[in-house]
Design a protein around this ligand. Structure first.
Ligand SMILES: Nc1ncnc2c1ncn2[C@@H]1O[C@H](COP(=O)(O)OP(=O)(O)O)[C@@H](O)[C@H]1O
Ligand SMILES: [Mg+2]
Length: 353
């Protein structure tokens, strides 16, 4: 069993009446790469800012272990922070050259003075920025600035590296490069905690994913286990004409009765509370079924025969997106707490290269 290096216990942050981070529990072990994945507004940056001591939690605590010492409350220790490196938000660098900037950060982090220049050269080389060493950072492209942000986070060779949306605003090629650097850091045995709203971008490099939505962790496991745990088979069924709102509920009830033997009997409420949903904006029925080919055939037969006078099916498909992506987007959509609809966040971006 490997050592826990970061432990979040019932971590909660409120802004006024609004709970941005809601009693989060999470453990990160030495050498692991953990992805904190959720849509914009989910509470990722707030969580990371609490770990970085930029924000104070309202309740709960953060325990950190560095240098194989005891797990200690972050509030009680000042030295641990130097064992951690942070990239938070999009870095806003000043009118300095890359070299000046990195030297400045290395000094703040008390990296041994005689080694700073070598360290800067090593990292600029690794991130293919060597020829930009004496260029003003304000002339850098977004991707280069972002890379510099990552270098700044690791300049003092910390054990624990915390990156908030390292791929934000980057083109597909640069995003692949960031993944490569994360792998490089993994190979050095670093513990990495990386927040992202892009599930696909991050899932590949992470040992485990913590799915966060509306300030709550709604799943924490390996990508494979999350997909397995939340396995669900969906059929998307497009209708010729929209269903009338007044007949919708009785119609859905009748469909549930007729399709009952083929529907998913163990549907995870986090995925969907009901096995058949209607999306008026798309004229689409979403049917959570047991995943069997025969069931698919039966469902189609019943929809056409028994509901002939109610609607006409023009398309009947099983979405091709990967299981976890689908589950992620479903969870995100369905995990809207009472009273928060249309107010906060919830936009899912799944940017593929
Ligand atoms: N300083 C603040 N004051 C008030 N609300 C905030 C503040 N910082 C963040 N929030 C709100 O908290 C929620 C979570 O924000 P954030 O942690 O930045 O989400 P994420 O990083 O997952 O996109 C959002 O709804 C955001 O508007
Ligand atoms: Mg954020």
């Amino acid at each position: 069993m490997s050592e826990i290096v970061i432990k979040l216990e019932n971590l909660t942050k409120k802004f006024g009446n609004f709970t941005a981070v809601n009693s989060i529990n999470l453990e990160v072990c030495r050498g692991e790469t953990i992805g904190l994945v959720g849509p914009n507004g989910a509470g990722k940056t707030t969580t990371i800012k609490m770990i970085a001591k930029i924000l104070r939690p309202n309740s709960g605590r953060i325990l950190i272990r560095t240098n194989h010492s005891e797990l200690r409350n972050l509030e009680d220790v000042s030295s641990t922070i130097s064992q951690m490196g942070f990239l938070i938000d999009i870095p806003n660098f000043y009118n300095m050259t890359a070299y000046e900037l990195l030297k400045y950060f290395a000094k703040i982090q008390k990296y041994p003075k005689d080694k700073i220049d070598d360290r800067i050269d090593e990292l600029l080389n690794l991130f293919k920025l060597s020829e930009w060493k004496y260029e003003k950072v304000k002339n850098f492209s977004k991707g280069m600035t972002q890379k510099l942000g990552v270098i700044q986070a690791i300049i003092h060779d910390p054990e624990i590296i915390i990156l908030d949306e390292p791929q934000t605003g980057l083109d597909p090629l640069a995003r692949i490069e960031i993944r490569r650097y994360i792998r490089e850091l993994q190979s050095q045995g670093k513990t990495i905690f990386v927040a992202s709203h892009m599930l696909y971008e991050i899932s590949e490099v992470c040992d485990k994913i913590a799915l966060i939505n509306y300030g709550q962790i709604i799943g924490f496991d390996t990508v494979e286990n999350l997909a397995l745990k939340l396995r669900t088979s969906i059929l998307n069924c497009i209708l010729l004409k929209p269903l009338s709102a007044e007949n919708l509920q009785p119609l859905l009830t009748r469909m549930r009765e007729k399709l009952y033997p083929y529907l998913d009997q163990n549907l995870d409420p986090k995925v969907s509370a009901i096995p058949i949903r209607y999306k008026p904006e798309k004229q689409e029925l979403k049917i959570y079924y047991d995943g069997k080919a025969e069931s698919r055939g039966q469902i189609l037969k019943i929809l056409i025969k028994e509901f002939e006078s109610d609607f006409t099916v023009t398309s009947f498909t099983q979405p091709k997106t990967s299981q976890l992506e689908m589950v992620y987007s479903e969870m995100v959509k369905n995990n809207v707490p009472e009273g928060t609809q249309n107010i906060k966040g919830g936009s899912l971006q799944n940017e593929r290269q």
